[in-house]
Design a protein around this ligand. Structure first.
Ligand SMILES: *[C@@H]1O[C@H](CO)[C@@H](O)[C@H](O)[C@H]1NC(C)=O
Ligand SMILES: *[C@@H]1O[C@H](CO)[C@@H](O)[C@H](O)[C@H]1NC(C)=O
Ligand SMILES: *[C@@H]1O[C@H](CO)[C@@H](O)[C@H](O)[C@H]1NC(C)=O
Ligand SMILES: *[C@@H]1O[C@H](CO)[C@@H](O)[C@H](O)[C@H]1NC(C)=O
Ligand SMILES: *[C@@H]1O[C@H](CO)[C@@H](O)[C@H](O)[C@H]1NC(C)=O
Ligand SMILES: [Zn+2]
Length: 525
């Protein structure tokens, strides 16, 4: 490790000079992995010459690790995942050479050698709404004033008439949400289909056995897409009297609030999709929502039904719709949102999970980096909108008591803080105990290992994390961040056939957590 330390020293001398040559792009455009950052030309990014490498950094101390991270950020290399002992990075051959010049190659293990091959494999086959989408395209042609001959227009119109028009009922049946076996959960979907899934949940289940399902509007993205959530609660909610009682009491500080916990309605919030390329999170969040509603509406004595009498669940499956759409349509590896950030060059986007406002710090990275934290906390439309939703709970006469932020990959279940292990949460012991139970519940499903612990300990320390904000500012006691599958084979490109087992694990974990909270806070022995 001696050699490493000295090369790091060289690097730390080297990097400022690299940066001063060209703060945006230390290397010439040929070595850049990020054609995606440039303006849209309609083509889809390819990753033919790129690989993902796992670097063993277990022998380094925190200072060395920080140097490495700073250097990588400065070079705009794409970090995929960090643990105590390893860091996964996407590199093209010349970037690999740069890293080899300061980290011995014995520390490198190939993680994904055929990146483009995996990108091709993970694309979904649009089985559900293929017809609907074709019709939509035809509509566009038929209704546009584009230059097509009247003949062609008539021909299209005629062939269209031959098709049986689809009734709305048939559409619902295609989703077939009366069973968790619906093929919807065997594929990734565009945002539009995910939102339609939510609509169909409402039309299928709202009002069934006292379960209410509502759509909520979280806000709007930079590109003008809406950020939607779905709230589930039971009609037999038990706290109306308690709330009016609570209103007559003077408010004073955290202790008072703690004491009248059972007087307010509790809310359990699940958010997914901060990072556009992590597709399995949003799909799994919808599966959990579906599971909860199905169980509660069909089985009045189920855990789901009992929990819903005291806890309202809110699922925001896609907090970063712009980034997700961009990852699907243009650049599979896209992580950030798509906001103009006024940087030099054409680079766009803020890393949402570096932009939340608790002990936020600006990062050394430029706007071209996938980890760009923004110029200030809550600069991103999406983090701002969600933070307003979370901090506005009081106005909805309730209290957000649990918040789980879903990511992939790594198979981890983590509690705050992420920014530093010196900032120790007063509830650490309880958070750890519940987290261990969640990880066990997830493991028990399919035998896949999940690890529980503190975020700063299990991953590289980074400020601006969502759970640091929810725990540190909005006072959400049960704040967790989950990394779903996998640990090494596919990374972000998890194939569609693994959505269901992954989502099933998440569901087991979230149900465990909700029951843990219920037993402790709603219905203590
Ligand atoms: C429409 O297309 C024809 C041939 O395909 C072309 O000659 C004509 O200029 C086009 N008209 C417009 C308005 O683009
Ligand atoms: C398509 O056909 C219908 C009747 O079948 C007709 O009313 C309509 O005007 C046609 N539209 C176009 C664009 O030709
Ligand atoms: C929906 O799922 C149920 C249960 O698996 C099945 O019996 C039914 O045929 C399905 N309906 C449609 C329209 O596929
Ligand atoms: C859902 O059902 C409740 C009553 O059970 C009703 O008040 C509400 O308007 C319904 N919401 C929607 C979106 O249909
Ligand atoms: C309402 O709360 C009381 C006391 O907490 C409990 O005994 C009762 O079962 C609850 N009712 C419902 C419908 O959950
Ligand atoms: Zn993530």
């Amino acid at each position: 490790m001696r050699a490493l330390t000295s090369t790091l020293l060289i690097l730390s001398l080297l990097t400022p000079s690299l940066a001063s040559i060209n703060p945006q792009r230390p290397f010439d455009a040929n070595t850049s992995p990020e054609p995606s950052s440039s303006l849209d030309d309609g083509s889809v990014d390819r990753y033919d010459d790129q690989q993902v490498w796992r670097i063993d950094w277990s022998g380094m101390n925190d200072v060395n690790k920080r140097d490495i991270i700073d250097a990588i950020n400065l070079l705009d290399f794409d970090i995929w995942h960090t643990t105590r002992s390893t860091i996964d990075i996407r590199l093209n051959p010349s970037q690999l050479n740069v890293l080899h010049s300061f980290i011995p190659s014995s520390h490198f293990t190939p993680f994904i050698s055929n990146l483009q091959g995996l990108v091709d494999l993970s694309s979904d086959s649009p089985y559900l709404d293929q017809e609907a989408e074709e019709e939509e395209e035809e509509d566009e042609v038929l209704n546009s004033k584009s230059n097509i001959t009247e003949d062609l227009r008539k021909k299209k119109n005629k062939s269209r008439k031959g098709k049986k028009p689809k009734s709305p009922k048939e559409h619902i049946d295609q989703y077939n949400l009366t069973t968790i076996e619906t093929p919807f959960h065997d594929n990734f979907h565009p945002l539009k289909e995910m939102y339609k899934f939510g609509d169909v949940l409402i039309s299928t289940f709202n009002g069934t056995n006292g379960i209410e399902v509502e759509e909520i509007d979280i806000g709007t993205t930079f590109e003008g897409k809406s950020i939607k959530g779905w709230t589930v609660k039971s009609h037999d909610h038990n706290n109306t009297k308690a709330i009016s009682k609570a209103h007559n009491q003077p408010e004073s500080g955290r202790e008072k609030v703690e004491n009248r916990l059972d007087d307010v309605e509790l809310e359990f919030v699940v958010q997914a999709g901060q990072h556009g390329r992590e597709w399995v999170g949003p799909s799994s969040a919808l599966y959990f929502l579906h599971h909860l509603i199905l169980r509660a509406t069909t089985e009045p004595t189920s855990d789901a039904a009992i929990l819903l009498r005291s806890i309202r669940f809110t699922i925001v499956p896609q907090i970063n719709p712009d980034g997700y759409a961009y990852s699907r349509d243009k650049s599979r590896m896209w992580r950030k949102n798509r906001q103009e950030v006024g940087g030099k060059g054409k680079c766009l986007g803020i890393d949402l999970n570096s932009n939340w406002g608790y002990k936020w710090r600006s990062s050394k990275s430029t706007a071209c980096s996938e980890g760009y934290a923004g110029k200030e906390a809550f600069e991103a439309y999406e983090t701002k909108a969600m933070s307003e939703y979370l901090s506005g709970a009081g106005e909805r006469s309730n209290r957000v008591r649990a918040f789980v932020d879903i990511h992939s990959y790594g198979q981890l279940f983590m509690f705050p803080f992420a920014h530093s292990c010196d900032d120790f949460p007063p509830d650490a012991e309880m958070l750890m105990e519940a987290g261990l139970g969640v990880a066990k519940a997830m493991r028990t499903k399919q035998g896949e290992g999940y690890e529980a612990g503190q975020a700063c300990d299990l991953t590289y320390r980074a400020p601006g994390d969502a759970i640091d904000y929810t725990y540190g500012i909005t006072d959400v006691r049960w704040s967790y961040s989950a990394e779903l599958r996998d640990t090494g084979t596919y990374g972000f490109m998890l194939p569609p056939k693994l959505i269901r087992p992954t989502a099933d694990e998440l569901t087991a974990g979230l149900m465990y957590l909700a029951k843990f909270i219920y037993a402790l806070e709603v219905n203590p022995p």
